[in-house]
Design a protein around this ligand. Structure first.
Ligand code: CP
Ligand code: NVA
Length: 311
C-alpha cells in the first residue's frame, strides 16, 4: 500500500528514527541515494508562498536524480477548474510523488485517497510535518542524549500561537520521538483537543508527554529547546495578531526565557519576525541553530522521499 506523509504521526516511532538516520546519512553523503534517477518527476505544488520548502524540495529531488516540477499558486486547474480527485488521478500517471503546500488538511487527505504515489504535506493549516523532521534532526545533532533514538526524554517548549500548524506538529512529532513537549500559549490559542488526545495516547508507548500552559516562564524552566513561530500564519487575518495588544505578546522568546532554560537550543522554522515572537538578541545569539534547522529541511526531506519510495 502506498505510504503518504500527511501528518507527523504517519510515521511510527521506529519509522521516524529510520528517516532521521537516513537524513544524517544523506547529510554526510548527499548523492549516495538516487531513487529518482531516470529521471523521474516529483510534482511540488504551492497554494501558499515559500522559500525553504521550495528550494529544499527542488534541490533535494534533483540530488536524488529526479526532476522537480514546481507548480505555483494559480498555475494549474486544481482548486478552481478541477477536483482534487481528478488531479490525483492525472498526477499519479506522470509523477513519482506529490508534494503539496495548501490550506485544508482535508484536501491532502483527499489527494492521498486518490493517488497511488506518495503524497507529502509540505504545510497545511493544521500541520507542518516536513519541518518537524528537520527540527528533530537538528535537535539530535546538537543535543543527542546518547541513547535510544537520541531524542527521548528531552524537553521542548513552544511559545506563541499554540493553535497553529507548527504547534500541532511539535505536539505530535515531539511525543512521537518520546520528548516532553510544553506549549505555552494564551487560553484562546491552545492546540486542538484531538491533537492533544492523540499525543497523550502515543505518549503511553513512547514515554513522551504534552503539557499546555499559559505561563511562559514555567514552560521555559529547564527546557532543552525553546521554539516559537510567527504570530500570523499564512492565510490568517493580520488584524490584532502582531501588534502590542497581540494575544501572544507575553510569549515572546527572549533573554529572560533563555535564562530560565537549560541553556536551550533556540529554534524557529523561519521566516522570523524579530521583535515580535522572538528578539534579535536570541535568534542571532550563540544558542540559535535556526540555519542548521533550515538546512536540514533538505536532508530530512530527501530521506523522507527515499523512505516513502521504498515502502
Ligand atoms: N519554514 C518554512 O516552511 O519556510 P518556507 O515558508 O519559506 O517554505
Ligand atoms: N505557521 C507558519 C509557518 C510558516 C513556515 C505559517 O503557516 O505561515
Amino acid at each position: 500500500m502506498t505510504r503518504h506523509f500527511l501528518k507527523d504521526t504517519d510515521l511510527s516511532p521506529a519509522e521516524l528514527t529510520e528517516v532521521l538516520d537516513l537524513a544524517d546519512e544523506l547529510k554526510r553523503d548527499p548523492f549516495s541515494r538516487r531513487p529518482l534517477a531516470g529521471p523521474q518527476t516529483v510534482a511540488v505544488l504551492f497554494d501558499k508562498t515559500s522559500t525553504r520548502t521550495r528550494v529544499s524540495f527542488a534541490s533535494g529531488i534533483a540530488a536524488l536524480g529526479g526532476s522537480p516540477l514546481i507548480i505555483n499558486p494559480g498555475e494549474s486547474q486544481l482548486g478552481h477548474k478541477e477536483s482534487i480527485a481528478d488531479t490525483a488521478r492525472v498526477f499519479e500517471r506522470m509523477v513519482s510523488a506529490i508534494v503539496w503546500r495548501t490550506f485544508a488538511q482535508s484536501g491532502l487527505e483527499e489527494m492521498a485517497a486518490h493517488a497511488s504515489v506518495p503524497v507529502i504535506n509540505s504545510l497545511s493549516d493544521d500541520f507542518h510535518p516536513c519541518q518537524l523532521l528537520a527540527d528533530l534532526q537538528t535537535i539530535r545533532e546538537h543535543r543527542h542524549t546518547g541513547h535510544g533514538n537520541g531524542l527521548a526524554g528531552l524537553t521542548l517548549s513552544y511559545f506563541g500561537d499554540g493553535a497553529n500548524n507548527m504547534a500541532n506538529s511539535y505536539v505530535l512529532a515531539g511525543v512521537n520521538a518520546g520528548m516532553h513537549v510544553r506549549i505555552a500559549a494564551p487560553a484562546s490559542h491552545h492546540p486542538a483537543e484531538a491533537v492533544l488526545a492523540e499525543a497523550r495516547i502515543l505518549g503511553e508507548t513512547t514515554g513522551g508527554s504534552v503539557l499546555v500552559t499559559e505561563d511562559a516562564q514555567s514552560a521555559a524552566a529547564g527546557a532543552d529547546v525553546l521554539v516559537t513561530d510567527t504570530w500570523v500564519s499564512m492565510g490568517q487575518d493580520h488584524a490584532g495578531r502582531d501588534d502590542e495588544a497581540s494575544p501572544f505578546a507575553h510569549y515572546q522568546v527572549n533573554a529572560e526565557l533563555l535564562e530560565a532554560s537549560n541553556d536551550a537550543l533556540i529554534m524557529h522554522c523561519l521566516p522570523a519576525y524579530r521583535g515580535k515572537e522572538i528578539t534579535a538578541e536570541v535568534i542571532d545569539g550563540p544558542n540559535s541553530v535556526v540555519f542548521d534547522e533550515a538546512e536540514n529541511r533538505l536532508h530530512a526531506q530527501k530521506a523522507l522521499l527515499v523512505w516513502l519510495l521504498e515502502h
